[in-house]
Design a protein. Sequence first.
Lengths: 325, 312
Amino acid sequence: MLATTLPSPLAVVHPLIELTDVTRTFGSFTALHGVTLALPPGRIGILGPNGAGKSTLLKILMGLIPPTTGTGRVLNQQLGGDNDSEGNWRLRRLIGFMPEADALVPGLTGVEYVSLAGELYGMPRQVARRRAHEVLSYLGLEEARYRRVEQYSAGMKQRAKLAQALIHDPPVLLLDEPTSGLDPAGRDAMLKLIATLGTDHGKSILLSTHLLADVEAVCERVVIIAAGRVRGEGTVRELCARRQDRYRLRIQGAADRLRQALTSAGVALLSDDGQGEWRVAVPDGWNNLEFFRLALANGVVIRALLPDDETLEELFLRTVGTVET
Amino acid sequence: MPTEADNLLRYRPWNGEPRNPLFASVAMARVSLWLLARQKLLWGLFALALLVFFFFFYAQYLVVWITSQLANETVRFGGIPVTVGNLTRFLDRLSLNGTAHTFGNFIWFQGYMLVIVLALTGSVLIGNDFFHGSLPFYLSKPIGRWHYVLGKCLAIGVVVNVMITLPALVLWVQAGLLYEWQSYYLDNFDLLLGILGYGLVLTITLSLLVVATAVWVRRMVPLVMIWMGLFVFLRMLATLLVDGMRLDERWRLIDLWNVLYLTGLSCLRVDPETIRPAPQPEYWEAWVVVGAVCLACAAYLRNRIRAVEIVS
């Protein structure tokens, strides 16, 4: 079992990420437009379609490229840039990065691969070797430690990549598509493992993905990025509840007449399950008493009126759809 | 109660002080050498390189022994009486007499094996990092791109020195033992420094060149072709231009191995007039070419090994 570790003092005192008006351009192309974020430590999902700017954001957070304009900090460590500076190295020591690409070193065994990662993080050789054994055992790879990494299955490769990110016990784990290429069982196991690292061992997790289910399974907060801009940020519950204009109605009676009346009043019927349950969107300035007034006028009984929170998927599709249109 | 084994395998927080990134380069070099040691083909090539060394080692011994013991003796060779001294005449070209040319010639011929070994080395150590996407593994760590390059160059440097400098030093020691060792070692101490200098030039130039070309082409077969082009085709072309068409001797500067040979001979303080084939460019011109190659490789690596490679 992994020993329970307290969050580092840094993680307790400082916000995880503070970005102020960060813009990044590549020639004439702007990958990030004035991103401003303040995120507390915790499990955070970075959601966005391909080309949204997630990777650019990750690069900036790791100090691999500098923002064109704007400033930022990760656990109070100033973001530097693409210079081989001590400041950037301090920043990267705070982060364990699990890349999406294979990023394995063919020819090395699992324990050699993870030990090498430890030494690259600045650990003495013996310590790195010992911790490699510990981390691989914790991640369930103890039987495969002496096999070459190129012979690993997809799930084992993902775990080996997670092990090399975890070896120096970083307060922040930056995971780029950690369930990529996994079968459903492997995916569930990986998500459970990541969630445990956050809940039981105090790691802050930045999960970059386009898979909404992964975010829902692991993250407390979500940052939605599309077209280089932050389109939404908050807890999953907050974001999905922010839609104040949608309701779920359960009715009994002459549905057609009420439908016509609602449409005339500017209410859009989003769905009708045929069992008397509707999802509707109301216009600005709508008063919910109107539902009951119109129902009474048309001889319909409203059995339930509930706010219709969006699922994360609906929120994501709506956000991305807004950008595309 | 947890057992001792449980404690050993337990994950613990780590609060140690991280070491200087230069240690990461050393770790990278050590692991790179370990990776090379697992290549069976490399051991085969090392064995061939060892044959070249043994040829020089025993030939040097043979020449000295024959010269001192049997030079005036006659043996029957195919029924024809031949003076023993004449039997080793074909070795004269190699100057197997413990002089600067001995070591220069050894390094020249060992270069053929070295080129192939370095092509394999480049593809295993650097090409694979690009081909298999391992670069993010390295560059997402708290090290700079030059630590990555240094780690790889250190490993390649070890290969170069094991194949070139170390055997040349053994030949120097052997030569001393074959002659009056006290006077040889004292009189030819500058040869020892020259060998080390030659090795250093080869280490720096070839390691940068290997890394740069491996970053460029990545796979072994194209890498071998590129290196053969650099060290064989350009040499043939230079020979054709200078010896065949009687163009300016500076055309030999396109032959990189010859250029490195010239810089090595300048380290060994060889009289330029004694270098064959003649004519040759000036030593300083060879040094300028070597410097330019190193700078070009460094500039290419600076542009190519960048953070934009990191997150796909």
